[in-house]
Design a protein around this ligand. Structure first.
Ligand code: R5P
Length: 295
């Protein structure tokens, strides 16, 4: 197998290749002034090709990604897999307002047309229960909770886990169970892309503990920042903020620190200075059984 890094994914692809003992291939995307992208494969593929592309900026990435998969097949790859540590569009999992596309279904189906297999980490599955419901080919879904549990165990004594909204319950409860620690979640009302209101139940019984906020995605940072303000005033101490996927719109990190977070950390599903938890060994272990032709 050869592993190809889409632009911006070089470090992750290198780590994955090393963990699997696989060869890396080269590719290039050139963006023309008119917005089109010329895709070029620089190293001939073997039977198995694996594209590493975290989908943190999906709209500009998607078409070049699909063209790259097609080019790899044209040049001899029998199977093309995708490692997308962050899988975009999963939050639009229902028609929230009349006429809205259920993008999670369409995005997953489109990837299923172009890729033989998929590995991802904590896709935002909420109203759609399983990745199989949107991606019909072989796949592995990894969960960061055990790795986050390890990090918290080593770094935060007496933690109290808090999710910033109801949708975070699946991630927070899994981490709390691993730690044997208490947890709760706030209740969020989203007023706009960058405006949310949250409320926190009474946590007075846990005020001697250290609050740790856990969510799957930090994007604009407003959900987490609102939660930081509430948790800080409820516990009288600054929370640690943990996100699996560091989408981080401009200023999102500053927003969290200004709100009073003591520390902001993420997994390396999206490259960022906040990455403190390495998911690549787990990704390597998930890729291996999906290969038919071997590494
Ligand atoms: C939604 O339910 C997700 O789990 C996150 O809470 C949300 O995507 C965070 O978005 P933002 O950082 O823009 O508030």
């Amino acid at each position: 197998m050869r592993i190809y890094a889409c632009p911006g994914n070089e470090t992750q692809a290198h780590a994955l290749a090393k963990a699997l003992g696989a060869m890396q291939g080269g590719l290039d995307w050139h963006r023309f002034p008119d917005g089109e992208t010329r895709v070029r494969i620089d190293t001939l593929p073997r039977d198995e090709a694996c594209l590493m592309c975290t989908l943190a900026d999906p709209d500009p990435q998607l078409l070049p990604l699909l063209l790259t998969a097609a080019a790899l097949r044209e040049q001899g790859a029998a199977r093309v897999g995708l490692v997308a540590p962050y899988l975009a569009y999963m939050r639009q999992d229902r028609s929230f307002h009349p006429g809205e596309a259920v993008s999670a279904r369409h995005f997953g189906a489109l990837l299923g047309v172009h890729f033989d297999w998929l590995v991802t980490v904590d896709p935002h599955l909420h109203r759609i229960a399983r990745l199989a419901d949107v991606f019909p080919r072989p796949h592995r879904v990894l969960h960061a909770a055990p790795l986050l549990t390890d990090w918290i165990r080593k770094n935060v004594p007496q933690p109290f886990l808090v999710g910033p909204d109801a949708e975070s319950a699946q991630w927070v409860s899994a981490v709390a169970a691993g730690l044997g620690a208490p947890w709760t979640h706030l209740v969020k009302r989203r007023l706009g892309d960058r405006e949310v209101q949250v409320t926190l139940e009474d946590t007075s019984a846990a005020r001697d503990r250290r609050p740790v906020l856990v969510d799957d995605i930090i994007s604009s940072g407003h959900t987490m920042a609102e939660a930081v303000r509430h948790v800080r005033s409820a516990f009288g101490r600054p929370p640690v903020c943990i996100g699996v996927h560091a989408l981080f719109a401009p200023q999102a990190r500053d927003l969290l620190l200004e709100a009073g977070a003591s520390q902001v950390l993420t997994c390396n599903t999206v490259p960022d200075a906040s990455n403190a938890v390495d998911v690549l060994p787990d990704i390597a272990a998930a890729v291996r059984p999906l290969l038919q032709a071997g590494v």
